[in-house]
Design a binder for this molecule. Structure first.
Ligand code: HAM
Length: 420
């Protein structure tokens, strides 16, 4: 029996997988930079109240999924279940609104939700998130979504579906809520247990319920899109027009309301049929009231977050560990050769040449086998004779060719062979 294991829903991300994550993160940084976004590092824990106020008291996240605990002085803290609330807190705390216009931020890191673990659903999971604060308007919504698709495109991902909806504003949503309550009132008893609870507190969530029974029962529910005010409805039309302008296909899903309460107007989710039940790889929307709710001036905003685990599941063909093979392997025989390899490897690595050598006194055959397995491009063979003569064989593994060189000049030799 193992004494210590990771706790349920929490996993190590191991070498082999981390290369893929680094590639995803690097691509995200490049694409987001091209669109003018800067990185923000937000804390892993905050006062619980920040999340309850932002995400909403009656959401599943706040009611059932937060990791909350009192600190030593009894203040209630929570591990962040998402990043938007913290970014907004930071935006207000550091008065970023004072600079005017759009503030474009992105973040990466672990989030924590006490959910039932399954494929693509973990208790500690990683998000890459983006927030654009300061301006309203369909163009910003469309730009943020188009950036997400540029990013997916650079990763070579295809077949992702963009689902969009508008969930109205503080003027039209309450009206729709009443219409919906009225529609649901003679169906309440037949709703699933979750929706029974949602009926009064958060009725919009009922039409987004994934349970078969609720789906059937609400099949002809009134659509929020028929109850939007003029401003929201014009806005939604414009968002679609922008997508059409850049040839981005979308699917209007008037049942999608999202699991966080801060959204207004545009909401979106990007799904893939290759993910199983947890099919949303990224999601977000506009949240025009949140900054004010957290104590800042009225500030419209929009953003999204994507799930790293789900994105990684979609990149099945990507074997990036191969790309990490060393440039040079130094095969050593004897202590003196090992010492020389130690010094040469240090010099080579300082100059950015990936170098490996053996510390285990293995036979030449075993070292050559290891070099081969790593997919290395060049091997330098240093034995006792080579130490004495100052010359050694440099083998080019890709063309199975070899040449004798002065091993002191290996840095110059590698640089010229690698085209630098
Ligand atoms: P969310 O829909 O709760 O939105 O999460 C965004 C994405 O995070 C999901 O689409 C999914 O890929 C991933 N995700 C969520 N929960 C888990 C989990 N338990 N395990 C693995 N992956 C998960 C938000 O978090 C909002 N803050 C997005 C946003 C930013 N809206 C505006 N700005």
């Amino acid at each position: 029996m193992l004494k210590f294991k990771t706790i349920r829903g929490v996993y190590d991300v191991l070498p082999g997988e981390t290369e893929k994550w680094q590639y995803i993160e690097k691509t995200a940084r490049k694409v987001f930079d091209d669109y003018g976004f800067s990185e923000i590092k937000i804390p892993v824990m905050e006062k619980s109240e920040l999340f309850t106020r932002s995400i909403g008291e009656t959401t599943d996240i706040v009611e059932k999924e937060m990791y909350s605990f009192p600190d030593r002085k009894g203040e209630m803290l929570s591990l962040r279940p998402e990043g938007t609330a913290s970014v907004v807190r930071s935006y207000v705390e550091h008065k970023m609104y004072a600079q005017g216009g759009l503030t474009k931020l992105f973040y990466m890191g672990p989030m924590f939700r006490y959910e039932r673990p399954q494929k693509g659903r973990r208790r500690q999971f990683y998000q890459i998130g983006v927030e654009a604060l300061g301006l309203s308007g369909a163009a910003i919504d469309a730009e943020v979504v188009s950036m997400l698709f540029t990013f997916f495109g650079q990763l070579g991902l295809e077949g992702l579906v963009l689902n969009i909806n508008s969930i109205g504003c503080r003027d039209c949503r309450p009206v729709y809520r009443e219409v919906l309550l009225d529609y649901l009132k003679d169906k309440v008893e037949r709703l699933c247990d979750n929706c029974l609870n949602r009926y009064e507190k958060n009725p919009l969530r009922v039409i987004d319920c994934k349970s078969g029974g609720c789906r059937e029962l609400t099949a002809d529910a009134p659509s929020i899109l028929d109850h939007l005010c003029k401003v929201c409805s014009d806005d939604f039309e414009q968002v679609k027009a922008y997508f059409n302008m850049i040839g981005l296909d979308y699917n209007v899903n008037s049942r999608m309301v999202r699991g966080l309460d801060y959204y207004t107007k545009t909401a979106f989710e990007i799904t893939s049929e290759n993910l199983g039940a947890q099919d949303a790889v990224a999601a977000g929307g506009r949240y025009d009231l949140l900054v004010e709710e957290i104590g800042g001036p009225p500030t419209p905003a929009v953003g999204f977050a994507l799930g790293m685990e789900r994105l990684s599941l979609l990149m099945v063909d990507e074997d990036l560990s191969l790309k990490r093979c060393p440039d040079l392997y130094i095969a050593v025989m004897g202590q003196e050769a090992h010492n020389i390899a130690f010094r040469l490897a240090h010099e080579l690595r300082i100059h950015g040449i990936k170098t490996e050598f053996d510390h285990e006194n293995k036979s030449l055959k075993a070292q050559m086998r290891k070099a081969n397995n790593t997919g290395v491009n060049f091997v330098l063979i240093l034995g006792e004779d080579e130490v004495k003569s100052g010359r050694a064989v440099l083998r080019d593994m890709s063309v199975h060719d070899q040449e004798e060189i002065a091993w002191e000049g290996i840095l110059f030799e590698m640089k010229s062979r690698m085209g630098g």
